[in-house]
Structure formats: C-alpha cells, structure tokens
Design a binder for this molecule. Sequence first.
Ligand code: DSN
Length: 485
Amino acid sequence: MSTSSTPDTTHTASAAFRGALDVIGAVEPRIAEAIGAELRDQRESLKLIASENYASPATLLAMGNWLSDKYAEGTIGHRFYAGCQNVDTVESIAAEHARELFGARHAYAQPHSGIDANLVAFWSVLAQRVESPALERAGARQANDLTEADWEELRHDLGNQRMLGMSLDAGGHLTHGFRPNISGKMFHQRSYGTDPATGLLDYDAVRAAAREFRPLILIAGYSAYPRLINFRVMREIADEVGATLMVDMAHFAGLVAGKVLTGDFDPVPNAQIVTTTTHKSLRGPRGGMVLCDDSLAQQVDRGCPMVLGGPLPHVMAAKAVALAEARQPAFRDYAQHVVDNSRALAEGLLTRGARLVTGGTDNHIVLLDVSGYGLTGRQAEAALLESGIVTNRNSIPRDPNGAWYTSGIRLGTPALTTRGLGTADMDEVAALIDGVLSQTTPGTTKSGKPSKASHVLADGVAKRTAERAGELLAQHPLYPGIDLG
Ligand code: DSN
C-alpha cells in the first residue's frame, strides 16, 4: 500500500496502534477486540464497495487524540468558544490543502459527512439567493431583525424553492431531492434520469427539464453512475435558467484530486459550489467538505452553527493529513490506477457475458445488472459475501425490483487499488464474481414461490472462491507491517 513518498514510519505506526489498543483494552477490552477484529476482517475481504477505501496510518492516527476534546463552533478566527488557536491551525491547514489540491477559491473542512456537506451547500445557496435579498429589501441585518410579516414571507420563500437532481435509480444520491430524504422535503424537487437505450446522461433532457422547472439549484453528481459528467455543459444549463450549479463529487473526489478528471469533467472550475466526502476515492477520514467560489464563501463559513454541530477538530486534522497525501505525485498514479482497474474489471465481466449498465465504465464504478444471472441484487450480494467478496446491491435505472431487492450490484475499485491490486488481478476478480453468480440460483419462499431474498449457491463454490480471493489478497497485504500482536 503506497500512500505517499514520505519516510517509512510503518514500524512506529505499528507500535502506536498496538499501544493504543493496550490502553483502550485496559478500560474496555471488548472495544479493543472489536477494533482488532475490524482490521482482521478488512484484511481478509475482497472489498469492492465503491464508496469505501483504506486511509493511511497517519490519517487514522491523526484522529485519536485530544483535539477531540475541544469545542470550536464558528469558523477560523471567529469562534464561539475561547482557546481555539490550535483548532484554527488545524482547520486552516486542512482548508489550505483542499484549496491547493482542487484549485478552489474557498474550502470548508467542517462537515461531518457528505449529507452534512450537502445541507451546508443547500443552506448557503438559500441564504445567498433567498434570505440575503429579503434582508436587504427589509433593511435588516439578520433574520432576527425582521418584522413578523417579513419573517413569514421569508419563511414562505425559503420553503418554496426548487431543486433538480439526478434520480436515485439513475445513480443520483438520496440527498439530491429524493422525496423521502430531507432534501426532497426542503425543496420542490424534480429528477432527471438517463437515456433508456444507453443508460447515459442525456444533457438535452436535463436542459429541457431545467427550462421547464427552473430550479434554484441544479445538482450534478452521483453515487452509482459509471460514466463521466460534463460539468461545463451542466453549468451552461444552470446559467441559462438562473440556477446555481452544485456538484456532489463525494464519489469521485479522488479522481478530481488525482487529475484524472480535468477540464469539462472537473467540477471545481465549473460549479459555484462543490461538496464531497473525504473517505471514498479521496482516501481520507470519514467526513465531508465544501468547496465554493468567492460568492458563497461567507455563507458556507456559517455552516456551523447554522447547520452543523460543533466541528470535529481531530477529524479535520486527519483531513489535513489525507489532503497532504493526495497532493503527492503518487496520488495521481493511484487515481489513474483506480480507473484502469475499473475498466479491467468491466472488461473481465463483459467478456464473460455479464450485463453492465451503460455497457462499461469511465470512472471507479461498475454497475452490474444481475438480472442476467436470474438473480436480484440482494441474492447476488449475499452469494458474493458468502464467498468472501464484499459488494453492495444497488438499483439500476428503471429497476423492476425496487430499492430494497434491486437488480444490480455496484462494484468499485478504490479500495482494492489502495491495496495494490492491478489490472490482471481485476480479470481474476471478474472471473470470481462471474463464477459465483453463475452458480447461484434463487431460493424459494415458504409457499414454494421463487424468492427475491434467499439464494442457493452450488456446493463448494463459496469455499473455493473465498480461498482464491484469500490467495489474491495475500499477495497484496493491507496495512503491511502493522502488527497488533
Ligand atoms: N453511502 C454512500 C455510498 O455508498 O455511495 C453514499 O452516501
């Protein structure tokens, strides 16, 4: 696992983790045991969950310390608590790395997750486009200064804005206006999908929907779309209808950081506001971040306490470490290998007759339509898990099996690439997946009908596959040199 060109500190990291577990175990041994078990499980599983990765020891260690003890609501240099000088340092360094890495005018490192980052972005756009003009009209500095009548009008206006985002079954995220999610309740929402014939984003259809719906926010970004998005075109559409373009790059932030996605495919120069998580392809700690242009910086910096609870300074420290790693030249190689591996995985599946949504991939995601194997996503996920391969079931466009059973399996290569697996290994991974799914059949319900949930795996397949997966993983050890004793 190569994360940077910094000096090798593996031996020291190993001692640090061992020491930490000794200290934790002296208080609550079951927690120390669970932490150790998680490392064992991660080492032993072939992880293809597209949103997961392995953070470096430096990133992990940055989180376990006394920075966690500090309250720091507010923003850098403007806190609601005294004594935040070290948190200011940490947050400034995280923001500086983010700005430099992504070429962003402004970066906000506080969000605790991707959903939090999106909420900050929604609120920032509402504050800029709806609240600020209302305050100005009323001659007020803040909402507290408004008369009751003006306040009622503002609340009405804030609650009646429109958002247009990619539908969940086309690969969009829950927070892009899915009705059961808060985003679908905060905004009048409409979704755009993908072309039924190709599975690809249809920019003309997005433009037509935007012209008709006239959203305040146009969201681009996905968690299960295996192709690229042209953000320049999305910005043109947003500008034409007076919308703010927001890009949620949570999934592909690592590909942006690693300069695999550039020009029209880089969201940062094209969108007014960009949100991300830091733990997926970016390979940092679990958390979120917002990048924006100057026009939204002030609103974004009010994220805490307007939208977020107190920042997590220890996690911001880990974000700073991971972002510093992502600025190393080795990260560009990593990002390119993630996509090379994804293409090799797709190719390996296609040559074995599998059906892929859009027929392939341009990013880190491969969306496998398992109906070709006569299975639901849930059955495929379970059969693969039994065989030592960790994936997640996922809807495919116009999925007949809904969001619970689904007809797809989402595969992603960021984690295995961090472990060092290459394109030849991906062909073997494809063979293992195809082998398991070809030898799995649906189970039956109590009434004798075909089940959407249970599956039957031919004798010996799970054991043989898990053994072969284990051999493959043994060639690419996870956290080599980290020995918990
Ligand atoms: N849970 C993330 C994913 O798996 O894509 C999105 O929130």
